[in-house]
Design a protein around this ligand. Structure first.
Ligand SMILES: Nc1nc2c(ncn2[C@@H]2O[C@H](COP(=O)(O)OP(=O)(O)OP(=O)(O)O)[C@@H](O)[C@H]2O)c(=O)[nH]1
Ligand SMILES: [Mg+2]
Length: 194
């Protein structure tokens, strides 16, 4: 499935602002600065779709993008932003929890990991949370332009072992070099039956 017509719909700050309609939702999660917004721009082929920034913690709201009136891609706030106060962290937990709990339209979560690093404790918590709640997810490795092929293969094997994801559920991507789009489109075909 290609992303043809992408449209930003709204930013939600709290549960009462969330979109509740019949369209399936695909959520994008990962630590702050991992490249969530950049991935959305890569998939929609529009650098201005989601706001990106080299300052971590840029996306603090739940941002909904409508794709071809078929589904939403949902940009969630990044976790593990060191400068966030404890209150911010709690607010993050609440928003995320509200988003994930009883969300029947949520069909798949993209968990983003920087291909250069081992998963953090927060990444592991995220993956475990999704597994416990039986929410399907795939791992998307970002910034693969920053590694050689052999370093990347080594890290994929490592991440696959650590997080127990089959290698075909781990997609290498680069928004810089436009890598990974067709593999993600194929996966969406399997999870969103249109
Ligand atoms: N080299 C390279 N840089 C990337 C890639 N993807 C993102 N970046 C850079 O990483 C930084 C963070 O990207 P964002 O897409 O804003 O990250 P985010 O996960 O949305 O961050 P928050 O909204 O703060 O949680 C920016 O400076 C991007 O240009 C990539 O594939 N390759
Ligand atoms: Mg962002």
């Amino acid at each position: 499935m290609r992303f043809i017509n992408a449209k930003f719909i709204k930013s939600a700050e709290k549960k009462s602002d969330f979109i509740l309609d019949n369209l399936p939702q695909i959520a994008v999660v990962g630590r702050s600065n991992v490249g969530k917004s950049s991935l959305i721009n890569l998939l929609t082929n529009n650098k201005k779709m989601a706001k990106t920034s080299s300052t971590p913690g840029r996306t603090r709201l739940v941002n909904y993008f409508n794709i071809d009136n078929k589904f939403y891609i949902v940009d969630l706030p990044g976790y593990g932003y060191a400068k966030a106060s404890k209150n911010m962290t709690n607010a993050w937990d609440n928003v995320m929890n509200d988003y994930f709990v009883d969300n029947d339209n949520l069909k798949l979560v993209f968990v983003l990991l920087d291909c250069r690093h081992n998963p953090s404790v927060l990444d592991i918590q995220m993956v475990n949370y999704l597994a416990e709640n039986e929410i399907p997810s795939i791992l998307i490795l970002t910034k693969v332009d920053k590694l050689s092929k052999s370093e990347l293969n080594k890290n994929i094997a490592n991440i696959s072992n650590l997080l127990r994801y089959n290698k075909n559920m781990i997609i290498p991507t680069s928004s810089e070099k436009k890598i990974g789009v067709s593999q993600i489109e194929k996966i969406l075909d399997e999870y969103i039956l249109l």
